[in-house]
Ligand binder design. Structure first.
Ligand code: GDP
Ligand code: IMO
Ligand code: MG
Length: 425
């Protein structure tokens, strides 16, 4: 069975945990999109790993990890991640493959991300400042792009960087009066990146198709969430890639028909980092309760996450565009202690009830949530292993969510650790 795991909200749903669990029975884990804007947390015993670029299967020694063409790679972050795993005696030698076609995030991308956000003031997107947007823009623009394959021909890269940095300096100087960047300095850094990363660079599309022919089990790991998808999310408050499962085939060269099961990950509530409309947001005591209890602070930037009730309109939209077969609902434990819980089952927009998520932010900003209210529970459920042993109100909550999104919830998270997971099937 080949699985694809994606987030159905605005990111941070707990994809890292689910991928790490499913990786136990996978030969290969593929990260196919996004960049170091992602922060996927894997908790193993007392160790906590925050992975930004390495697939979340990399903690499992027998798994082959592939970073494909759709990813934008910040080499510094990747090298540090490889080092961090080595500190825990986890080696990636011989089991990490990086696409020659993946684009490279360099200093000028991060500089541009920061300068642009600063210049926008209160209209900023609230990006992670990891250079994601500018790097994808260079990819689509083609003329100033650097790909992993460029690390194999350093003389050519030096020439390329001179032109690129000259061009960037003109733009940054004119628009932001920014100090010029030094092309030689960037090139020197690239030389050290090349030394460490060239051994991993290969044709990952060829590898994946060979692996499929050999009957290997592949797990595709999405980054960000479907509502941050550049085409189908809440534009412009999105990331710069197709972060729903629609991005998987183009992001790795494997058609979606090779995936046997699309798994959508949600939290038992909703969170969002950065700006943009969020109809079920609870900017109040309830939101703060969830933030404190669920440790809702960004894995990548440490920013407090905005918290709100479960939005079934949003989740079922994501499930539709993502062809989702099965849902993993995490952080059920975080809701314990709330007297009442709400599930947003529809929006009211200009007096009309709407159940198909309007990704158009003008309409979304006008949406008033229509809630189902259900009773909460007080019991600590972090040690519960079977669905039947959950408090009746927790079971009812799951069934209500399942009903409104119309997809089965087969995995339930009751804590960050691997064994704090309930499988219903
Ligand atoms: P990702 O980006 O989708 O991989 O999610 P993040 O790692 O950014 O955020 C999810 C956070 O929730 C991490 O700190 C996880 O360790 C934690 N987590 C995952 N599942 C559960 C759960 O069921 N309960 C609790 N309390 N924490 C969880
Ligand atoms: P994971 O994979 C949550 C958000 C940013 C911002 C918007 C654009 O951990 O779920 P970008 O830096 O991509 O240009 O920022 O997207 N964002 C995320 N939010 N989790 C993520 O990744 C995110 N990656 C980007 O906060 O609102
Ligand atoms: Mg995250």
């Amino acid at each position: 069975m080949n699985y694809c795991v994606t987030g159905l909200q605005w990111g941070d749903e707990g994809k890292g945990k689910i991928v790490d669990i499913l990786a136990e029975n996978s030969d290969i884990v593929v990260r196919y999109g996004g960049g170091a804007n992602a922060g996927h947390t894997v908790v193993v015993g007392e160790s906590r790993f925050a992975l930004h670029l390495l697939p979340s299967g990399s903690i499992r020694p027998g798994v082959t990890c592939v970073i494909t063409n759709g990813v934008v790679i910040d080499p510094e972050v990747l090298i540090n991640e490889i080092k961090r795993l080595a500190q825990e005696n986890i080696s990636l030698d011989g089991r990490l493959l990086i696409s020659e076609h993946a684009h490279v995030v360099l200093d000028y991308h991060k500089r541009e991300d920061q300068l642009r956000e600063e210049s926008l003031g209160k209209n900023k997107i609230g990006t992670t400042i990891r250079g994601i947007g500018p790097c994808y823009a260079d990819k689509v623009g083609r003329s100033f792009a650097v790909r992993m394959a460029d690390f194999i021909d350093l003389e050519n890269l030096r020439t390329k960087l001179l032109t690129i940095v000259q061009n960037k300096n003109k733009i940054f100087g004119a628009l932001y009066s920014s100090e010029p960047l030094d092309a030689d300095e960037i090139f020197e850094k690239c030389k050290t990146y090349a030394e460490k990363l060239v051994p991993f660079i290969t044709d990952t599309t060829e590898f994946l198709h060979r692996s499929i022919a050999e009957g290997k089990t592949i797990l595709f790991e999405g980054a960000q969430g479907s509502l941050l998808d550049i085409d189908h999310g809440t534009f412009p408050f999105v990331t710069s890639s197709n972060s729903s499962s629609l991005g998987m085939p183009a992001g790795c060269g494997v058609p979606a028909k090779y995936v046997d099961k699309f798994i959508g990950v949600v939290k038992a509530y909703t969170t969002r980092v950065g700006a943009g409309p969020f109809p079920s947001e609870q900017d109040n005591e309830t939101g703060q309760y969830i933030r404190d209890k669920g440790h809702e602070y960004g894995t990548t930037t440490g920013r407090p996450r905005r918290c709100g009730w479960f939005d079934a309109v949003a989740a079922s939209y994501s499930a539709k565009i993502g062809a989702i077969d099965s849902i993993a609902l995490l952080h059920l434990d975080t809701l314990a202690g709330l007297k009442e819980l709400k599930i947003c089952r529809a929006y009211k927009i200009n007096g009309r009830e709407v159940t198909f998520f309007p990704a158009n932010i003008t309409r979304l900003s006008q949406a008033e949530p229509v809630y189902i209210t259900v009773p909460g529970w007080d019991e600590n459920i972090t040690e519960v292993k079977n669905f039947g042993d959950l408090p009746a109100n927790a079971r009812d909550y799951i069934c209500r969510v399942e009903e409104v999104i119309g997809k089965p919830i087969d995995i339930i998270g009751v804590g960050p650790k691997r064994n704090q997971t309930i499988f219903r099937k």
